[in-house]
Design a protein around this ligand. Structure first.
Ligand SMILES: Cc1ncc(COP(=O)(O)O)c(C=O)c1O
Length: 417
């Protein structure tokens, strides 16, 4: 049987996109180009509208017998169900927590109680601390922690280096990033997950730096845990966590004992922020609006999400290559991660031979909003020999960025570097 033909990817309609982000109509932000998206993106209008509506009309305990509570409950269910169908998983395999860092902390507690004596886990030194520190602390409790290390020159995480760590069959969990928030190289998630599974381990993927560039098909990737942060993905300040059923039912419940039978409540000990969870349905509204504006109608949410993913990626790759070309061979600038746009997210960290923070200040005078520091990616930067006191300059964009923003950034870099 022939594979279905891939839908052609049209050019992204930037006016359509920007009309859906109120930030682009705020006078104080006009005339500036935003390059700190990896820290937190602008929120799209459907999210802001839903959040406001919840606070105005539905700010009561959801699911009660009266209309406002029913509407609020239905909206939180809608957020979970719609995001789940875009991610290719079941609705109860999606849960919300205060942040990705809080979510990994809870998951680490669950693994601590769920692992048998003699078990080991694998962590990387490419991860943001959120998908590293909470797991590494299990080492204090007698669990062996093995480090899968990056290449100190390129920051590359090689799957060939994972295989020996899995050889003795004692590893029960492999934690790694879809892409790091400083190296930005897109890791081959399905391949790594398959290696972990073949060795009898589960896989936990930090997708925080990837999801803003297009939601992944978590079902197809095979990850047992996939984490991302709504506030970097056009939404409110929530951590979104996919936990596949087989693992979620096996790990000890971390929520109230009487909620143990509800998968999406098992790893969220904090009471949910109902308004923000409900507002996450606005992310689905926005992605669907993007889809319907650019593609023929499609009933399957997973296919719609895949098309929007490709639409965003194509636009971002087109803008990213000139930026990489402009910085890759510059004197006294070290580009962290690959120089080919197709291999990475548009999160470009540069080590300079001087403190990076004053450079971000200088860029702000040219209308460039960006920042500098370690971005809680202390371990990868250290492993690559970057001076943490100097930090890196990070220039990160998403699909709502235009070619003129990148051109302005390149001109500004010429001035300040
Ligand atoms: C790659 C990556 N993982 C995890 C996190 C932590 O996310 P949160 O702020 O939701 O805890 C961040 C935040 O910057 C990140 O960039």
């Amino acid at each position: 049987m022939q594979a279905p033909a891939k839908t052609a990817i049209p050019e992204l309609d930037l006016d359509f996109v920007r009309a859906r982000f109120p930030a682009f109509s705020v006078p104080d932000l006009a005339g500036q180009s935003f390059f700190e998206n990896a820290g937190g993106s602008y929120a799209c209008a459907p999210v802001i509208d839903r959040l406001t509506r919840f606070y105005r009309e539905r700010k009561v305990q959801p699911y009660g017998p009266y209309a406002a509570a029913q509407a609020g409950g239905a909206e939180t269910d809608e957020a979970r169900a719609r995001l789940a169908s875009m991610l290719g998983v079941a609705a109860d395999e999606v849960s919300f927590g205060p942040s990705t860092t809080a979510n990994t902390y809870v998951l680490a507690q669950a693994f601590l109680r769920g692992l048998e004596p003699g078990a080991a886990i694998v962590v990387t030194n490419q991860d943001h601390e959120a998908n590293s520190g909470p797991w590494r602390r299990l080492g204090d409790e007698g669990i062996e922690v093995r480090e899968w290390r990056i290449d100190p020159t390129t920051g590359h995480l090689d799957p060939a280096d994972l295989a020996p760590l899995l050889e003795d069959g004692r590893v029960r969990l492999v934690c790694f990033p879809h892409c790091s928030n400083v190296v930005a190289e897109i890791n081959p998630v399905a391949e790594i997950v398959a290696l972990a599974h073949a060795a009898g381990a589960f896989a936990c993927v930090d997708g925080v730096s990837y999801a803003p560039h297009g939601l992944p098909d978590v079902g197809a990737l095979g990850a047992d845990i996939y984490l991302f942060s709504a506030y970097k993905t056009y939404g409110p300040h929530q951590g979104i966590m996919v936990i596949r059923r087989e693992l979620g039912e096996k790990l000890p419940n971390q929520g109230h004992h009487f909620n143990a039978d509800t998968l999406y409540k098992r790893f969220t000990p904090a009471g949910p922020d109902h308004a923000q969870v409900a507002a996450c349905a606005g992310i689905a509204d926005y992605f669907d609006a993007l889809h319907d504006h650019h593609f023929a109608p499609e009933a399957d949410a997973r296919i719609r999400a895949a098309r929007v993913h490709d639409l965003m990626r194509a636009h971002e790759e087109r803008l990213l290559q000139p930026l990489l070309d402009a910085v890759a061979h510059r004197n006294a600038v070290r580009l962290i991660g690959p120089a080919e746009a197709a291999r990475r997210a548009p999160t470009v960290a540069l080590a300079l031979n001087r403190p990076a923070e004053p450079v971000s200040v200088a860029l702000s005078r040219h209308g460039i909003m960006c920042w500098a520091g370690d971005f809680y990616a202390v371990r990868p930067l250290q492993a690559m020999g970057v001076d943490l006191d100097q930090g890196v300059l990070r220039l990160s964009f998403v699909h709502y960025t235009g070619a003129e923003d990148v051109a302005r950034l390149i001109t500004a870099l010429d001035e300040v570097l």
